[in-house]
Write a protein that binds this ligand. Structure first.
Ligand code: FAD
Ligand code: AMP
Length: 478
């Protein structure tokens, strides 16, 4: 027996579930297939983001930040705490409760919007048929006028350090350590490695991050990367650049890691090792040979700028297609595709996808970096405002970092906003809104900002672009 849907979405991560909800809002008969299973054998919606990604990592970052603040910062406020302890299972329980609240919320939203939720593994057949194998192994084939593939990504496993989720873990395993490892190795100084290294470092682990590249956070604005490297060093994260991991050995419950630094071969021993060397698009078992959908040489499903594949009516969104592997990028693609299926002319602005590292301080960016613009031959002007000059940041004991705004030297249009500091993710979003509307630095400078807020740093950085910041000395005019 086969049911026909206007739209079948395969995968219920932030790309898939958002697409399904938006499509149902627009009157399309929609189903969403998901293969995620809880430890109790129940189907769970929400994908990587809600189950083992954005949300649980932020829950642990928050818990560990509170612990670190209590251990090191509270005394400055006159707050004394004796015998500070960390109950790791309680911390993990809080994280899990948040995950369950949110994943349950997706199922609730599906019901409220009339999305049919189907648990099982989907496979795309020819002619937009989707075969679903449920958790008992029973197979049902559905047909659909449209299919959205939103099967996401999984951590990359590298031969020198094969994950066993005991001594050597991936990001998922690193959200489940039952106690604080004494010595923790992290392979990869990318976003996930820095966030997870920070979590356990704040709780007391001695953290060593081994990174193959010579340049730290190379895609970030270089002023921000430099500041970040200084801050992390001060926090005690031992980040070793130019160190390529070549092997690992488990000995008596510990991991001996071999790495090459230049021509020298070195070893380190850790209690746990987190492998954070990136993620790969996930299409294992998804595409029948005759389904017509192509993948590129790196395994991403090939799509055009509207996320359409080569097969009419088959689309792909989120981590499984080109572009940054970020939840909000996938969600907006999901909305765009749902609206296009419903006959609307939706577009998405790929130039303004913000990126955030949720360390403390946070690091965030939107738009172009100074180095990108200079390389492209664009003449730019820059304004920077340090949080050390922000009343609110000082009052909140959070005065590290700066906001940097880059504008076109001729037109004053804002081309990039970069921040390391308190609430950087929220501040950069203000820049994204301004940039979406083609704002100039002067436009931001003429707006009224509440006082005292850390947002005033955005105002002052915009003023600094044209040399009239009030609360710092401006560059001398040439
Ligand atoms: P996914 O979330 O991976 O969801 C895909 C879903 O498809 C999964 O549920 C999977 O089970 C299902 N699926 C796959 N194949 C099939 C099939 N054949 N049949 C049925 N179902 C299938 N991004 C941010 O923007 N901000 C952050 O702070 C952030 N933090 C992160 C922290 C960590 C530790 C990790 C690992 C990732 C983080 N990310 C973050 C990245 C973010 O999680 C991903 O970009 C996002 O989840 C991708 O969404 P998606 O819907 O494309 O795929
Ligand atoms: P990201 O892609 O942002 O998640 O970051 C992953 C990081 O892991 C990149 O900066 C890679 O250079 C790094 N990396 C990949 N393989 C190795 C390896 N064998 N040893 C050390 N670093 C690695």
């Amino acid at each position: 027996m086969s049911t026909e849907f206007d739209l079948m979405v395969i995968g219920s991560g932030p790309a898939g579930y958002v697409a399904a909800i938006r499509a149902a809002q627009l009157g399309l008969k929609t189903a969403c297939v998901e293969k995620w299973k809880s430890a109790e054998g129940q189907g769970v919606n929400g994908g990587t983001c809600l189950n083992v990604g954005c949300i649980p990592s932020k829950a642990l970052l928050d818990s560990s930040h509170k612990f670190e603040a209590a251990a090191h910062d509270y005394s400055r406020h006159g707050i004394g705490l004796d015998n500070l302890t960390i109950d790791v299972p309680a911390m993990l329980k809080r994280k899990q409760q948040i995950v369950e609240q949110l994943t349950g919320g997706i199922s609730g939203l599906f019901k409220a919007n009339g999305v049919t939720s189907i648990f099982g593994t989907g496979k795309l057949l020819a002619s937009k048929q989707v075969e679903v194998t449920d958790f008992e192994g029973k197979t049902t084939t559905y047909s659909a006028k449209n299919v959205i593939i939103a099967t996401g990504s999984v951590p990359i496993d590298i031969p020198p350090a094969r994950v066993n989720q005991a001594e050597i873990v991936d990001s998922t395993g690193a959200l489940e350590f039952q106690e604080v490892p004494e010595r923790l190795g992290v392979i990869g100084a990318g976003v996930i490695g820095l966030e997870l290294g920070s979590v356990w470092g704040r709780l007391g682990s001695e953290v060593v991050v081994l990174e193959a590249l010579d340049k730290f956070l190379p895609a970030m604005d270089q002023e921000v990367s430099k500041e970040a490297a200084k801050v992390f060093k001060k926090q005690g994260l031992d980040i070793r650049m130019g160190c390529m991991v070549t092997g690992s050995n488990i000995k008596k419950g510990q991991v001996e890691v071999t790495y090459k630094e230049g021509d020298e071969e070195k070893t380190e021993t850790f209690d746990k090792l987190i492998v954070c060397v990136g993620r790969r698009p996930f299409t294992d078992g998804l595409l029948a040979d005759d389904c017509g959908v192509e993948t590129d040489e790196r395994g991403f499903i090939s799509v055009d700028k509207h996320c359409a594949t080569d097969v009419d009516g088959v689309w792909a969104v989120g981590d499984v297609v080109r572009g940054p592997m970020l939840a909000h990028k996938g969600s907006e693609e999901g909305v765009m595709v749902a609206e296009r299926i419903a006959g609307q002319k939706a577009e998405m602005n790929y130039d303004l996808i913000p990126g955030v590292i949720y360390t403390h301080p946070e690091i965030a960016n939107v738009g172009k970096t100074s180095q990108e613009l200079r390389e492209a031959g664009v003449e730019i002007k820059e304004g920077k405002f340090p949080f050390a000059a922000s009343g609110r940041a000082l009052a909140s004991d959070d005065a590290v970092g700066f906001v940097k705004i880059i504008a076109d030297a001729r037109t004053d249009q804002v081309l990039g906003v970069h921040c390391i500091g308190p609430a950087a993710a929220e501040l950069v979003q203000q820049g994204a809104i301004a940039m979406e509307f083609g704002s100039s630095a002067e436009d931001i400078g003429t707006m009224v900002f509440s006082h005292p807020t850390v947002s005033e740093a955005v105002h002052e950085a915009a003023l600094a672009v044209n040399n009239h910041a009030i609360h710092i000395a401006n560059r001398k005019k040439k």
